[in-house]
Design a protein around this ligand. Structure first.
Ligand code: SF4
Length: 339
């Protein structure tokens, strides 16, 4: 692994000292086959590239790589900067910035920091399974609470419920936005395409708990996967379940396939839905995004269903509304992926 790619990037001081990386494995069923690379990061608050198009400018990402292992994950490409592959290595070689809470607290206290909104979960999931062991988020949320710094979290991880009390405390001090993402309710599709995540229903149960406890929570309905997750009955079942969860909003987002994710997703498609490979190649012939007509069709269907079930779209500025960034990421920069 080329830690020097991150330890000494060309755009400024490296993210951490290459010699300070500590590699660990844990012999428990949930972490079997997973290697953790513990690093002491030099900085933790990242500026979003192309920030003028974003509703916020700053992110915090305590992990790289994600054991939730979604086949389509847009963040896969970032692992190639470590000379790791964007497939299995992304799912199983996890970089952990073990000093994230203390670094953030120092950053928030600095005179130059103006208290801007900080978004989390926009690159990889901050409530992936590793968080159960490393417990970085409680310190991060506590720092944000203590500095009354507004923030948002986007996740597929039900582990967020562990930090409910901290979120409630933070919400009394500042603006806190929580969004959960689930693009479909289909259990069979979930098991193969998002194999490391809590089930869609468990995620929506978490939304119910959050809203019942006074934390507003929206749902990013993402990704809507063409041909396997976009039938009218599938969209209907998903929006109905989201509305029933008490979510404050639903926002659909069609699958996009950037390099890194595209190869991995197409390999999955070839195994599970080989008859659809040609159709996908045609639909995504122009690049990473499905054509505008397709995106508009899905958005229109979801909005109509949302109106029927009495749930609204997200407000501007919520984490779930962030458009994906197309600029190539340099080592050490943040890439928004949307879970
Ligand atoms: S889409 Fe989100 S939850 Fe899934 S692997 Fe990527 S970062 Fe993790």
């Amino acid at each position: 692994m080329r830690w020097d790619n991150l330890a000494e990037n060309r755009t400024g001081p490296g993210l951490f000292d290459a010699e300070a990386v500590r590699t660990r494995t844990f012999d428990t069923p949930e972490f079997r086959g997973v290697t953790f690379h513990e690093v002491r990061a030099r900085s933790i608050v990242n500026r979003v590239p192309g920030a003028s198009r974003m509703p916020f400018e700053w992110t915090v990402n305590p992990y790289r790589g994600c054991t939730h292992a979604c086949v389509y994950c847009f963040a896969r490409k970032t692992h190639s900067y470590l000379d790791l592959d964007t497939g299995l290595d992304f799912d199983s070689q996890i970089v952990v910035k073990i000093n994230a809470p203390e670094l953030l607290r120092g950053h928030l206290a600095s005179r130059s920091w103006q208290g801007a909104h900080i978004a989390m979960g926009t690159n990889v999931d901050c409530y992936q399974r590793a968080e159960g062991r490393y417990r970085l988020m409680p310190g991060i949320i506590a720092a944000l609470r203590d500095h009354a710094n507004p923030f948002s979290i986007l996740t597929k991880g039900t582990l967020i419920l562990r930090d409910l009390e901290l979120l409630r405390q933070a919400a009394q001090m500042t603006e806190v936005g929580v969004s959960v993402s689930t693009g479909f309710m289909d259990e069979e599709l979930w098991r193969t395409v998002e194999p490391g995540t809590p089930s869609p229903q468990r995620r929506l149960d978490a939304v119910r708990t959050l809203t019942d406890q006074g934390i507003d929570c929206g749902v990013l309905m993402a990704p809507v996967i063409p041909f396997v997750g976009d039938r009218p009955d599938q969209l209907r079942a998903t929006v109905r379940a989201i509305a029933a969860s008490g979510a404050t909003s639903v926002t659909p987002l069609v699958l996009h396939l950037r390099p890194g994710a595209r190869e991995w997703f197409m390999a999955w498609l070839g195994v599970h839905h080989p008859h659809l490979v040609r159709r996908f190649e045609r639909l995504y012939a122009e690049g990473a995004y499905a054509p505008k007509w397709y995106q508009r069709r899905i958005t229109g269907q979801v909005h109509a269903l949302a109106a029927e079930f009495g749930i609204g779209p997200a407000q501007r500025g919520a984490a779930r509304r962030i458009p994906p960034v197309e600029e190539p990421e340099l080592p050490g920069q943040t890439q928004l992926t949307l879970l």
